[in-house]
Design a protein around this ligand. Structure first.
Ligand code: SAM
Length: 298
């Protein structure tokens, strides 16, 4: 494994892709499939022609709220926990550490994880997939701003390549056995896909909300806050080998309260009255409670 083109493949025929001008072109034997690189640097690798069951992911507004909230740094300890567990999967004999972030959102955590590993001298090749093209676009812009190498394989001041794609993590356009690590943060875990793309010795880093995550905000929304259930164990052949709990409180400004609420799943589920209680709450203190698991094949 040397670079990004040893990881991503054509979502239609699975052939190798290469950059030709401003497009990724596949080297398929029968037909060449072409994917344009957007000016921001992201590429849409969602399988074409499946409108009926198409995944679309987060909206532009939601991506904006998440960008604004994450930029405050309030969740940095969360990506630190993910990077800490991902580092346990580094095997220098495998060459560059290849990882994919499944449901990467706008790439804030992806960039921090890639950066944390690269800063310890590990050569990194990372890909972020999100069903939302707005998220993938924001990720590509962030990666370029943060000094990562892009699809053009230019020299990177960070010693890491990081590219973002619109893609479905249940059918990721990634070569089998090409990755050391799959990251899944606050998203459904695509165990079947991970099993296919992980090499021997690879693993999944899964981050999910703990029982008290944003409890103060949930208290405002729901009359009787339901306790979150224990995380379900991963399906065979996977098993959890390490769990870290990250827990702290943060004081939010009124603006941050709204941005945080807007990026949570409950912002789209609850009645208007409950939405108003949060958006008019102003400053508040919230608990961040996140569980990070390192999951490997048993
Ligand atoms: C709650 S957000 C988490 C984003 C990011 N991991 C973070 O923690 O900031 C979940 C993300 O998964 C994406 N998503 C949902 N279903 C998907 C799928 N089938 N394939 C790829 N991305 C998906 C959504 O668009 C969204 O950006």
């Amino acid at each position: 494994m040397k670079n990004i083109y040893d990881v991503i493949c054509c979502p239609v025929c699975g052939a190798r892709l290469s950059l030709v001008g401003k497009s990724l072109v596949c080297e398929g034997a029968e037909k060449r499939h072409v994917y344009d690189v957007a000016s921001s640097g992201y590429v849409n690798l969602l399988p074409p022609g499946r409108k009926k069951n198409a995944v679309t992911g987060d909206s532009r507004e939601l991506v904006r709220s998440r960008t604004a909230f994450l930029s405050t740094g309030h969740y940095d300890a969360v990506s630190d926990a993910a990077a800490h567990l991902a580092a346990k999967l580094v095997r220098p004999s495998d060459g560059p550490f290849a990882f994919a972030d499944f449901g990467c959102g706008e790439g804030y955590h992806t960039c921090r994880i890639a950066g944390a590993l690269a800063d310890t001298g590990v050569p990194v090749v990372g890909v972020g997939f999100d069903a939302s093209k707005y998220a993938a676009e924001a990720g590509a812009k962030r990666a370029a701003r943060s000094g990562f190498s892009t699809l053009a394989l230019n020299d990177s001041p960070r010693g890491a390549a990081l590219c973002f794609f619109a893609g479905n993590f249940f059918r990721p356009p990634v070569f089998p056995s090409s990755l050391s690590c799959v990251i899944s943060m606050f998203a459904p875990v695509a165990y079947g896909a991970a099993d296919r793309v992980l090499r021997e010795g690879g693993g999944i880093v899964v981050l999910i909300p703990g029982p008290d995550h944003l409890i103060e905000m949930r208290d405002l929304i729901y009359p009787n806050v339901r306790k979150r259930e224990e995380p379900t164990p991963p399906p065979a052949p996977f098993k959890t080998v390490e769990r870290t709990e990250t827990r702290y409180t943060v004081r939010l400004t009124a603006r941050e309260t709204v941005d945080l609420f807007s990026m949570t799943p409950f912002s789209r589920r609850v009645p208007e009255e409950a939405q108003r209680r949060v958006t008019e709450a102003g400053e508040m203190t919230v608990t961040v409670d996140v569980s990070a698991d390192l999951i490997v094949r048993g």
